[in-house]
Design a protein around this ligand. Structure first.
Ligand code: HEC
Length: 101
């Protein structure tokens, strides 16, 4: 199950699907519901240590690497595996990239 999910992410990343096929509207909804509380409604940051996506912080990493962090959680950021589908995680990562100013 975990391996299958990771493989699905890898295949999606290799195929360039996140950029091409991501649903930004759904990514925005996921962001508002699950992420904005810590990362700020416009990605300006919130809780201490949360990357400021509007400044592009951490976004130089690949979609796959960012998706793994979101799935597993990182320090105070909870793991979203089992909360969000991999597809939703890729959508929200595509949305994060639109927050850069
Ligand atoms: C409880 C607060 C909290 C929530 C909720 C939260 N984050 Fe985070 N997030 C953080 C913090 C703090 C960090 C920095 C962790 C570190 O590297 O020390 C972080 C880091 C990240 C990173 C960078 C990971 C890396 O590998 O550098 C991404 C991407 C991210 N968050 C996306 C999201 C997304 C997408 C959501 C919603 C699905 C979300 N976060 C929800 C607090 C949160």
């Amino acid at each position: 199950m975990r391996i299958a999910a990771t493989l699905a992410l890898l295949i999606a990343a290799l195929a360039g699907l996140p950029a091409a096929g991501a649903d930004l509207a759904r990514g925005g909804q996921v962001y508002a519901l699950h992420c904005a509380v810590c990362h700020g409604p416009s990605g300006q940051g919130g809780v201490p240590g949360a990357p400021k996506f509007n400044r592009g912080e951490r976004l130089m990493q690949s979609d796959l690497a960012l998706a793994e962090s979101v799935r597993r959680g990182r320090n105070i950021m909870p793991a979203f595996a089992g909360v969000l589908r991999d597809r939703e995680i890729l959508d929200v990562i595509a949305y994060l990239r639109t927050l850069q100013r």
